[in-house]
Design a protein around this ligand. Structure first.
Ligand SMILES: *[C@@H]1O[C@H](CO)[C@@H](O)[C@H](O)[C@H]1NC(C)=O
Length: 363
């Protein structure tokens, strides 16, 4: 009796430590089989029975013993990389077999430069997935249409790949999403109008795609949003004035698009916004005269637009403007003098119709 009791305990302890369900192990081995990592040999560690033990980048849930995380980063401080003196390189594709790991919470296969193929559509059926990060590969195809089913997803990072198609409408259902990075792909179509439903989001990075349409004003409802980057797309329409009312927004990059209309005064009077880049658009009208003693800009770039009139007087009240670029517009008149931006060079003002005064020629 006592013997049986002890062996039950031993069994329980060993299965908690040495726990890799054969089905998870098989799924991992199928996943491994479609990848090739020739230089570091990290996938060589994926051998033996205990996939929760020393399989590089794999970890399991303590309670369930199921595979919970796959975290493979090609750029890392890990001694394997330091010793090899190189960053990672991997080819192959992401096998749909990983969807059999139905307790997966983290899928990071980042910065391997050579992984191609598409994101398996079945990842949208992994109910516990919190992090999906495949940045820095050659992944093509589309973002799975029903990605919005991932109600626990907090990070969606597919930046620096070759992803085509539109941003799926269902993305607005990712109610837990905090960090969205779709930068540097080949996404087309417009930004979903109800993206503003993602109220947990703090970073939305969509730059360097081929997005068209206008900026949804619903974005202003994302009250935690600190960083919005829509630069280098083909976005048109005007800038929603509501963006100027956002409390936490500190970086707004809309440069290199086809945005028209005038600059909302609310944008330049929002004292939390310290980086604004509206360069290379079709903005017109006057620069709003809304600066004040709380105006503090690390960077304010309005260059290459069709802005007219003079540089507003109130700008002399600004506390600090680290980098300001008003070049290549149709501005005219004297450049106001202010210690807040007396470090600026002529290049910040050149290419206008008739600006004058320091650092340009005297009026
Ligand atoms: C603003 O965007 C333009 C065009 O994309 C870029 O050349 C410029 O360096 C950016 N300005 C700042 C201050 O980063």
């Amino acid at each position: 009796m006592e013997m049986l009791f002890i062996s039950l305990i031993v069994l329980a302890v060993t299965s908690a430590v040495n726990s890799c369900p054969p089905s998870d192990r098989a799924a991992l081995l199928d996943f491994k089989a479609s990848l090739k990592e020739p230089y570091l040999g990290i996938l060589d560690s994926w051998t033996g029975a205990d996939c929760c033990g020393n399989w590089y980048g794999v970890s399991c849930d303590q309670a369930t013993g199921r595979v919970a995380d796959i975290s493979l980063r090609g750029e890392s401080e890990d001694p394997i990389f330091v010793k090899a003196g190189r960053t990672g390189f991997m080819t192959g594709s992401l096998s749909p077999s990983l969807c059999r790991l139905d307790r997966l919470t983290t899928l990071i296969v980042a910065d391997w430069k050579g992984i191609s193929g598409s994101i398996p559509a079945c990842v949208a059926s992994l109910p516990n997935l919190r992090i999906l990060d495949v940045i820095g590969n050659q992944i093509s195809g589309e973002i799975p249409a029903d990605i919005g089913r991932l109600s626990r997803l907090t990070v969606l990072n597919v930046a620096d790949n070759l992803i085509t198609g539109e941003i799926p409408a269902s993305i607005s259902n990712l109610q837990s999403l905090m960090h969205l990075d779709l930068s540097n792909n080949k996404l087309s179509g417009s930004i979903p109008a109800d993206l503003g439903k993602l109220t947990m989001m703090s970073r939305a990075l969509l730059s360097r795609n081929q997005l068209t349409g206008s900026i949804p004003s619903s974005i202003a409802n994302i009250y935690r949003l600190a960083d919005l980057d829509l630069s280098a797309n083909k976005i048109s329409g005007s800038i929603p004035a509501q963006l100027g009312q956002m409390r936490v927004l500190s970086t707004l990059k809309l440069d290199s698009n086809q945005i028209s209309g005038s600059i909302p005064g609310s944008l330049l009077s929002n004292t939390g916004l310290s980086i604004i880049n509206l360069s290379r658009n079709y903005l017109e009208g006057y620069i709003p005269d809304v600066f004040g003693p709380k105006s503090y800009f690390t960077a304010l770039d309005l260059s290459f637009n069709n802005l007219k009139g003079s540089i507003p007087r109130s700008i002399t009240a600004a506390k600090y403007i680290g980098h300001m670029d008003l070049s290549h517009n149709h501005l005219c008149g004297p450049i106001p003098a202010s210690s807040a931006f007396d470090h600026l060079e002529a290049s910040s003002f050149m290419g206008n119709d008739c600006l004058c005064g320091m650092p340009l020629r005297t009026c």
